[in-house]
Write a protein that binds this ligand. Sequence first.
Ligand code: MN
Length: 196
Amino acid sequence: MPLTLPDLPFPKNALAPYLSDRTLEFHHDKHHKAYVDNANKLLAGTELDKEDAETIIKKVAGDPSKAAIFNNVAQAWNHSFYWNCLKPKAGGRPTGQIAQKIDADFGSYEKFAEELKNAGITQFGSGWAWLVLKNGKLEITKTLNADTPIAHGINPLLTVDVWEHAYYLDYQNRRPDYLQAVIDNLINWDFVNSRL
Ligand code: MN
């Protein structure tokens, strides 16, 4: 089996009150698990089943006949990445190298936070908001459904899942409040610095 469901890097109740244990139970144990299981079913017996997720994503991106594989493998990868971007008692102003890079490329932390939140709010339907490193410069991007910067050869540093399943139990339709809570309280800057 090429893909696995990683354990959450924190206890399920550790992100409350910003994300409840119920949200994490459904999001990790049901949604993320389904992407992993579906991907493995689709990959079984194909020439891709010994490859890692990033390689598969790059190989099948843009091929309509492999859309189901792309969607499930990219979602499996995106979710594993997303869990690493979250941490209890975190978020707010970064420290380390990323702090200086944000000031240099966005002008200020406030500008960065506003752009990230706005990308998440304006992603119509399901998708992801990202901080990426492109040609040596930080940028905010957003992707639709399963799409991921990895598929475009761009290095992601941070993501926020804006599919409704990521926040609906805790925030219902208030996606901006979810984004603000993640930005202020949950961003794992240690992980972002490790990606830089
Ligand atoms: Mn999700």
